[in-house]
Design a protein around this ligand. Sequence first.
Ligand SMILES: [Zn+2]
Length: 268
Amino acid sequence: MTKKLKVIYNYWLVRLGIHQILPAECIRKVKLEENNEPLVRVDTDSNIVISDRLAPPVYLRKTVYEKLKFMGQMLEEYGYRIKLYDAYRSFEDQQRSWDRRYKETKEQHPDLPESEIERLTRLKVSKITDKNNVGGHQTGGAIDITLVDKDGKELNMGTRYAEHNSKTKTKSNDLTVEEKSNRDLLVGLLEKLDFVNFPNEWWHFAYGDKMWAAYKFKRHCFYGYIEPDLENKKSVSDNDNLDNIAESDEHINEKKTEKMKIKTKNFK
Ligand SMILES: [Zn+2]
């Protein structure tokens, strides 16, 4: 089978629900129609817990942040909160992550050739060489996330954040009943808000970026590489809610409809 045919074959296996992971080519070829929605700062006083590993300011695209705040409000009633492990990462942050993971992999496997070390590193972190072809975290649309109880204790998801083993895949067969039901809760809530989960990592969710579009089988996405407006960091209010958004934005109007639908749902 030629490489192109293999990609099409694998695409259809995912589309038909037989396999879960799309070939990387399917994600790369999604076209970008940037909607220029700004990055906003995540308010440290909000109902979202920010992991200690994230140094403020933490940025997200405005709609992504609004979705999370809304999810946080709903969860409060049930004694849970959202915890963010990672959000927007700049091009430079991503390169630093790559360097760190590469070094770590090389130390673990000192005898392997460079190409193999690179392949193993790619399983843990995206290699970004081009601002036109970035990973989700550089768009402000991707989040690494979990749920915590009222004492701030993380729900048992089967692995720690960024731990790669047989339980890392969201639908791993090695999960206990408790781990599976906690993941189902996290994934279920975020999917209702139109995020997609990356099936290889239970904690990674996307909205508006190439991965999101690919897993939704859409040709276009609307979040590409972006940098915070450092000159004017506070120009966008972090406190707008979904009801205050201009009517003209098609994507956001879709979200308003969703919000109404979600309001009628009872999250358990
Ligand atoms: Zn991630």
